[in-house]
Design a binder for this molecule. Structure first.
Ligand code: ZN
Length: 791
């Protein structure tokens, strides 16, 4: 705007404007929310580049495994022997190597038990809970059984015993000669352990009705700990909450189980010819060309097997091969139904098996949805990262809730009622957990982050991709995590229990919201509101591609997202990942300015309205009724010129003055004055602390509306309080910040100007509580077993 015009701008027409002095929060330091991350990130080096890509001398270790194991169904025990070939690709000499003994978490005096906290509840406790207090271990553990590894022998290639030291869930093997860089070492370990009841990651599930158990076997063999450029040996203890840090290798695994069991495992089975019946092999052949899942082991066959008519079925050995995986897991049971299809998810000629294994207790849900959800996940994740590189992806049904991921195989909950009906939550929970756990193949099974340290790097990125995959499954999918307004409860909770996302997985409070929901939501906001889909998707794909089959750290992610998009996101990582402040923008005031046109026809009319408004006092209105009784009212000689003079009447002198004024203006200046532009000054306070874009909706006098978005950089000179001028032709009657719930603002009551009162509905206590049935299929008699309803 030209300066000359400034003197003409006057007339503040107040719409309840409050020009108050705003207090400044002591938390607001001098705009440090926009300072670069700087030394918070590690210095780039030749292993990890400043761009966030692997550096020119990036290296990682590798271990190949040849494992022979036997599952004893009667004793619920597993015995194994493994030969490991460990490749020292590091530039360092290694005098010892560290192995992970995760099963030792369940040992009686192990760190899992001794570091557990809890109290006795006076409201009552179950026997299992009390026993857990007594042993210090999880309530699913049998107090009479000793768990944890029995290490029988550790020998080098020549059969000579290697000395070792066990430190809780870690074991150090001392080498007679230090391993030089670029060399490899073969050694073998013999071991056994008793299998725990399924505890969320692995174990057996016992079915009292038919006396059989399903086995989900994971973190079951002693595994190499990573040795890398960031931490040296990664040997943080396994305390149960933090997951795994692992290295890639090739696996050959022979699993011996009762002959009536069906096995599902990481990798490709090498000997279906020996372990399957003729009919099953036939069906597997059909599945190779089917676009929908084909049943390989039928429910009838599984139900017959679980009756155990043959008391001594003997044993069978299933042989698997899995290349370039960071782990290996398997499931085994005589209760398994199995369906599969071999499809081309990327339409490029490469076929991948999608498979599911489930007991009859999973039907009808599992038969209908599991394998389809597996294939959908490969497609959806593949499109935003890289093509799934493995030959098979499996979903197994374990117990009723939660899920757990391993390379090519996952153990997932979601079980219908016994009558075959299921709640909406069970259905969407089941599909969601399958997408999530199969999705973990991408993060962290292939983009191999350190889960023990950074839960968000796999859970957060995976939950974000899960959120998108769910919406691609069904537009209306009731996603649980990812929408900005689903994280506001967590972000507005007591700051003393909030840890930053950048916290160690083993000690973070509220792992679900912290490591899953908050990072997933942050990435969703980054994509939709900060960067835009195009820039985000390119950068995210670049990160996944750069780090597939490698081990990234948080800074590699942060740097790559900026490097590939050209967007400075340091403020975003700082606020969302290193901080715990919530978003709360407060629309403190809106001041309305318009230009004095000097046109007497307009200005005098406005002045008249304002004068009338100001004179509209209640006493004046009441006095009006007595007008006839006043002195002037009763005696006309008491009136003169001023009793009828209208100061707001436009005179010829007024018009001449206006014409003269206009003739002195350029066309541009005349346009600006004559087109009734409104100038609004918005005063927005950053009450929560986390800086975000400012999104403001304007509702106009004529019923239309429009939305303006300003980037987070709007806060760069003052991250506590800003003013922003918005010009409109139409008059704004209502202002709303974040009208479409994009930025996770924890308090929307202060987002509107003028303030809008939101109704809260409450029930009178006497009124009967209305309870929504948890399972409408049951109450409405729909969906008996075998007739799966679609709605
Ligand atoms: Zn997960």
């Amino acid at each position: 705007m030209k300066k000359r015009l400034l003197p003409f701008i006057l007339l503040l027409i107040s719409i309840a404007s409050v020009a108050q002095q705003l207090p400044t929060s002591p938390n607001f330091k001098a705009n440090d929310r926009f300072e670069q991350l700087g030394t918070i990130l590690p210095t780039p080096n030749t292993y990890r580049a400043a761009s966030g890509a692997p550096g020119r001398e990036y290296w990682q270790q590798r271990a190949d495994y040849d494992i022979k194991a036997e599952l004893d169904d009667d004793k619920r025990r597993i015995t194994g022997s493994e030969t490991i070939t460990f490749f020292n690709n590091s530039p360092d000499e290694l005098k010892y190597i560290w192995m992970q003994l995760d099963q030792n978490l369940f040992k009686k005096d192990g760190i899992g038990a001794t570091s557990r906290t809890g109290t006795v509840s006076e409201k009552g406790m179950s026997v299992a809970q009390l026993q857990a207090m007594n042993t210090g271990r999880g309530s699913s553990l049998d107090p009479k059984t000793e768990y944890g590894y029995e290490i029988k022998s550790i020998k080098d290639k020549a059969g000579k015993a290697l000395p070792y030291t066990i430190n809780n869930t870690m074991m150090r093997i001392d080498l007679p000669v230090a391993m030089k860089p670029g060399t490899n070492l073969a050694f073998s370990v013999d071991w056994a352990y008793n299998i725990t009841e399924y505890y969320g990651r692995s174990g057996y599930e016992f079915f009292a009705k038919d006396g059989n158990s399903n086995y989900f076997i994971a973190h079951w063999f002693p595994r190499l700990a990573p040795y890398d450029d960031v931490n040296g040996w990664n040997h943080k203890q396994f305390l149960g909450q933090g997951e795994f840090a692992l290295i890639f290798g090739n696996y050959k695994v022979a699993i011996t189980v009762p002959a009536d069991h069906i096995v599902a495992a990481s990798g490709e089975c090498q000997n279906y010819a020996q372990v399957l019946t003729g009919a099953q092999k036939q069906r597997l052949k059909q599945a190779e060309t089917s676009k929908t899942p084909v049943i390989i082991v039928t429910q009838t066959e599984a139900e017959k097997a679980e009756k155990r008519e043959n008391k001594n079925p003997g044993k069978k050995t299933w042989i698997y091969k899995a290349d370039n995986v960071r782990d290996f897991a398997f499931a085994s049971s005589r209760k398994f139904i199995w369906d599969a299809m071999l499809t081309e998810p990327y339409k490029n000629g490469r076929k991948i098996w999608s498979m599911s294994f489930y007991p009859k207790e999973g039907n009808p849900l599992w038969e209908q949805y599991s394998t389809r959800a597996v294939e959908h996940t490969l497609k959806s994740y593949g499109n935003r990262t890289f093509e799934y590189p493995y030959p098979v992806a499996i979903s197994c049904h374990a117990t009723s809730g939660g899920g757990m991921e391993y390379p090519m195989i996952s153990f997932n909950g979601g079980r219908p009622e016994e009558d075959g009906t299921y709640s909406e939550a069970t259905k969407y929970g089941m599909i969601g957990v399958i997408i999530h756990e199969v999705g973990h193949n991408f993060f962290p099974m292939i983009v191999n982050s350190d889960e023990r340290q950074w839960a968000w790097m796999d859970e957060g990125l995976n939950t974000f991709c899960q959120y998108l995959a769910e919406k691609e499954w069904d537009y209306n999918y009731p996603t649980r995590r990812g929408e900005p307004n689903q994280i506001t409860d967590y972000m507005s909770s007591d700051p003393s229990v909030l840890s930053p996302i950048m916290s160690s997985a083993e000690n973070v409070i509220g792992l679900g919201p912290n490591a899953y929901a908050k990072p997933a939501t942050a990435l969703n906001i980054l994509r939709e509101t900060v960067m835009g889909r195009e820039l985000f998707d390119h950068a995210f794909k670049e990160y996944a591609t750069r780090w597939r089959f490698k081990s990234p750290t948080p800074s590699d992610f942060f740097r790559t997202m900026e490097d590939a998009s050209g967007v400075d996101l340091d403020w975003f990582w700082k606020g969302w990942f290193y901080g715990t402040e919530p978003v709360d923008q407060d629309l403190v005031s809106v001041d309305w300015f318009s230009i004095d046109t000097q046109n007497p026809e307009i200005e005098k009319e406005l002045a008249r309205k304002e004068a009338v408004r100001k004179q509209g006092t209640i006493s004046k209105q009441r006095d009006l009724a007595d007008k006839a009784n006043t002195v002037v009212g009763q005696d006309s000689t008491m009136a003169d010129f001023y009793n009828t003079y209208d100061p707001f009447k436009v005179t010829n002198a007024d018009r001449q003055r206006y014409e003269q004024y206009l003739s002195g203006l350029s066309q541009n200046e005349r346009d600006l004055i004559q087109n009734n532009t409104n100038f609004y000054t918005l005063s927005v306070k950053n009450k929560g602390g986390l800086v975000m874009p400012v999104i403001v909706k304007m509702e106009f006098e004529d019923g239309t509306d429009s939305t303006a978005t300003f980037p987070a950089e709007i806060w760069r000179f003052n991250d506590g309080q800003i003013n922003k001028v918005i010009t409109t032709q139409k008059k704004v009657v209502q202002w709303t910040l974040d009208p479409y719930f994009q930025i996770a603002d924890i308090d929307t009551a202060n987002n509107s100007f003028p303030r809008v009162a939101k109704p809260t509905r409450f029930q009178i206590f006497k009124q009967q509580q209305l309870r929504r049935p948890a399972n409408p299929m049951q109450t409405e008699g729909a969906g008996k077993l075998g007739t799966t309803p679609r709605n």
